[in-house]
Design a protein around this ligand. Sequence first.
Ligand SMILES: Cc1cc2nc3c(=O)[nH]c(=O)nc-3n(C[C@H](O)[C@H](O)[C@H](O)COP(=O)(O)OP(=O)(O)OC[C@H]3O[C@@H](n4cnc5c(N)ncnc54)[C@H](O)[C@@H]3O)c2cc1C
Length: 387
Amino acid sequence: MSDTSPHAFDDIRSAVRDLCAQFPAEYFRKVDEERGYPDAFVRALTEAGWLAALIPQEYGGSGLGLTEASVIMEEINRSGGNSGACHGQMYNMGTLLRHGSDEQKRNYLPRIASGDLRLQSMGVTEPTTGTDTTRIKTTAVRRGDRYVINGQKVWISRIQHSDLMILLARTTPLEQVTRKADGMSIFIVDLREAIGHGMAVRPIANMVNHETNELFFDNLEIPVENLIGEEGKGFRYILDGLNAERALIAAECIGDGYWFVDKVTAYAKERVVFGRPIGQNQGVQFPIARAFINVEAASLMRYEACRLFDAGQHCGTQANMAKLLAADASWEAANACLQFHGGFGFANEYDVERKFRETRLYQVAPISTNLILSYVAEHVLGLPRSF
Ligand SMILES: Cc1cc2nc3c(=O)[nH]c(=O)nc-3n(C[C@H](O)[C@H](O)[C@H](O)COP(=O)(O)OP(=O)(O)OC[C@H]3O[C@@H](n4cnc5c(N)ncnc54)[C@H](O)[C@@H]3O)c2cc1C
């Protein structure tokens, strides 16, 4: 059993903290205000090897487990940064690693590890399908040595800062499969070749500084060797990777949660109103203490999900529960932090409103809280299926 205390993995924590200290709150505030991309930060993380944590050593990565990777993400968010700018690089390659051919792995993974290639994007969500993924309408039809892609995706992140994307498309129409999860496949799309040659990108302005886009495919041709694994099994391959994504995003929420708790605790000790620090009032103390307790509890579930994943065991239930607990805890901490900063919480220079917006996203993406509840109700507790 790995150490699950907040000080576990101190060596990784302090190294990531040192790197993050070079990119203080002012840096992320400016990037947010400009709706820019934290390019220098992502480059520094890549050069230090942190984004290649999950890539095995034989492919040039550091071969760490999901547990360590989660600590890296947690520390980035705890430092005031936002892993959302680059977390895709961490987990998207897992699909390639687990289901790609030897040739694909040799071709892509070392270059992803070195930072020569960025695999930041995964295209699943569609405008008319939402969470009901098996009904996706984007199709891939084989013609000789190419697949021809047609359709549309929405909310596909980091496309403008990625060289590659993993794309989910239907290769067999829904009406022709016995199980609705069959007949979908995943592909590596080389964005440098695709954009302007059958693929168009329309950025979506949004509440957080998250580079995300609508994608349009109009007879985009990709070589058959870009199919990952077997045709028709793509949905199952994607599901494997989603557990890693959920555990890592839980860790980011935990980092956010600690950031909010630290920030509001410091403020409540020094802000004097009615002749005493506001933190002396139990009405102020209790919501902060409760949020802290929930962040700590979520952290334990995160470690459990990661432990199972690293041991090669089923971790879907724990990864989903960790994501829900962590997203709720960070949101609770965010509300306490904003509330007890009073008016100052709304001023950009305190960074509270920025982090508040950033952490709110995780109630909805990459999977909404309701869908996790439904998963636990039906798949863990055996309640009747609602859809
Ligand atoms: C900033 C951002 C970045 C994203 N990045 C990516 C990306 O890189 N790649 C990608 O593929 N996707 C991405 N997404 C999409 C994201 O995964 C989806 O938005 C999310 O899964 C919810 O899907 P939806 O928006 O289609 O909501 P819908 O499926 O339309 O659901 C809307 C709401 O209805 C509720 N709901 C729906 N069905 C049920 C039900 N059966 N029971 C109870 N409640 C229900 C849920 O509360 C849900 O929040 C991103 C989204 C955002 C906002």
